[in-house]
Structure formats: structure tokens, C-alpha cells
Design a protein around this ligand. Structure first.
Ligand code: HEC
Length: 220
């Protein structure tokens, strides 16, 4: 009995001493040995502390396997199809993004007479020329993605899907400016009635509120 008690107090003493010793040479986690980013190290033959990623490493979310979706190209040439179906939502998203990012130069009509051009920036060509009316869809995607002449690239600001929405909207703009009377649904007056605005007709930054056509007009 006595021996045992002696033993256990000895054990306590030893572990207390151990704790003391540990506390004496404690190393804080925030102060552990480490390399600052890009610091030199003579541990590796190339003297770099950071290891280059394994060859062929792709960062998460950056595989971009669908090359048409990310470049608009089929081989070396722009393709002429949308990578996803065009719905009303897609066109509305395209209209909104176009009015934000492109209309300052290209104008909301796409005639190249935006407010920045009116203040002296180089005038872009109108979208309503034969050349750009015939340009394949992938071409517009490419211009936005990589820039064109004086026009900067828009890939860093506009994600790929939104760029495609803008492509769809530009094609709709082109159709709208080159429509023939045959394109108008049966029963609709040509030229159509100009829209009636509710309140504020919209500035460069806001869209106009278009009033629903009155009952009388609809039954015409
Ligand atoms: C800062 C002004 C500016 C903005 C914003 C801008 N562009 Fe342009 N864009 C230009 C200019 C200038 C040109 C003509 C460039 C040249 O010929 O050097 C051009 C040319 C183009 C062309 C015609 C290329 C050709 O073959 O002639 C397309 C298509 C186009 N832009 C699409 C867009 C789209 C889509 C957006 C919005 C995402 C956009 N641009 C935003 C200034 C702008």
C-alpha cells in the first residue's frame, strides 16, 4: 500500500516536471518554421521553396473541357451555333448585360454611336452592316473574349455564359433592325404603334417602363 502511494506521487512529480519542461520550449503555431511565399530555399536544387504543381495540374473549376463554350471556335474558325438553347430568359439576360457592358460604346441600338463615342472614343462599326449580319455567332463571342483592335477584351468582367447571352441578344438586335414587313405576325399594324411609356422614359442607366397596349389596340 505504502509503496504504491509513493510510486504514484513520484509519477505525478515526473509528469509535472515534464509539463514544465514542455512549457519552457513551447513553440507557438503562429511562429512555426515556414517559408514566406516565393522565398528562397537551399533545400531543393532549384532553390525555390515552393514546389511547382505536377505537370498537367488543372485548378478546380478551370478544366474548360467544352472548348466551344469557352472560345466560340470550332478548330480555328468561329462556329455558328449557340452552345445552349436560346430562351426568353437568355435574351433578357443578354439585353441587360449588353446594355451594361457594350452600349456605352456600341449604343443600345448597336449602331456604334454610344455615349463614349459621342465624347470622342473611336467609333465601332455598326452591327447592322452586311458583314456583321453575316458574321457567325462564335465571331461575336471571340471579339468579346479576346478584344478586337481598339476594343478591350471582356472575358475578365463577363463570364462565358453571359457572353453567349449577349451574342444571342446582338443577333436579335440585328434582326430587329433589318426586319421586313413579312416578318411581322399577321394582324399587327406596320409600322407598329410606337410604345407608350409609363412615367420616366428611362435614362442611359435605366430601362423605360413600357405600358401594356390598350384593349382597343389589341382587338384591331
Ligand atoms: C470602350 C468602348 C467599347 C465597348 C464598351 C465595347 N466595344 Fe466593341 N468595339 C469597340 C471599338 C472601338 C470597335 C472597333 C475596333 C477597331 O476597329 O479597332 C469595336 C468592335 C466591335 C465589334 C466588331 C468587330 C468587327 O469585326 O468589326 C463587335 C462585334 C463588338 N465590338 C462587340 C462588342 C460587345 C459584344 C461588347 C460588350 C461586351 C463591346 N463590343 C463593348 C468599342 C467598344
Amino acid at each position: 500500500m505504502l509503496n504504491l502511494r509513493k510510486l504514484s506521487s513520484l509519477g505525478l512529480l515526473v509528469s509535472l516536471l515534464g509539463l514544465l519542461a514542455l512549457a519552457g520550449c513551447r513553440q507557438d503555431m503562429h511562429d512555426q518554421p515556414r517559408f514566406k511565399p516565393l522565398a528562397m530555399s537551399d533545400f531543393y536544387p532549384d532553390m525555390r521553396s515552393a514546389r511547382p504543381p505536377v505537370e498537367g495540374t488543372v485548378a478546380r473549376g478551370q478544366l474548360h473541357e467544352d472548348t466551344y463554350f469557352y472560345t466560340g471556335k470550332v478548330g480555328d474558325n468561329p462556329g455558328d451555333y449557340m452552345p445552349f438553347p436560346v430562351t426568353k430568359d437568355v435574351l433578357e439576360r443578354g439585353q441587360q448585360r449588353f446594355n451594361i457592358y457594350c452600349s456605352p460604346c456600341h449604343s443600345r441600338l448597336g449602331d456604334g454611336n454610344g455615349i463614349i463615342v459621342q465624347r470622342g472614343f473611336r467609333a465601332p462599326p455598326s452591327y447592322h452592316t452586311d458583314r456583321l449580319r453575316k458574321a457567325p455567332l462564335g465571331y461575336f463571342f471571340e471579339v468579346m473574349t479576346f478584344g478586337y483592335g481598339a476594343m478591350p477584351e471582356y472575358a475578365p468582367q463577363i463570364p462565358a455564359r453571359d457572353r453567349w447571352c449577349i451574342v444571342a441578344y446582338i443577333r436579335a438586335l440585328q434582326l430587329s433592325q433589318a426586319a421586313a414587313s413579312g416578318d411581322v405576325p399577321a394582324g399587327q399594324a406596320v409600322p407598329s404603334e410606337s410604345p407608350q411609356f409609363r412615367g420616366d422614359p428611362g435614362s442611359g442607366a435605366t430601362l423605360p417602363q413600357i405600358a401594356a397596349p390598350s384593349q382597343g389596340e389589341e382587338s384591331k
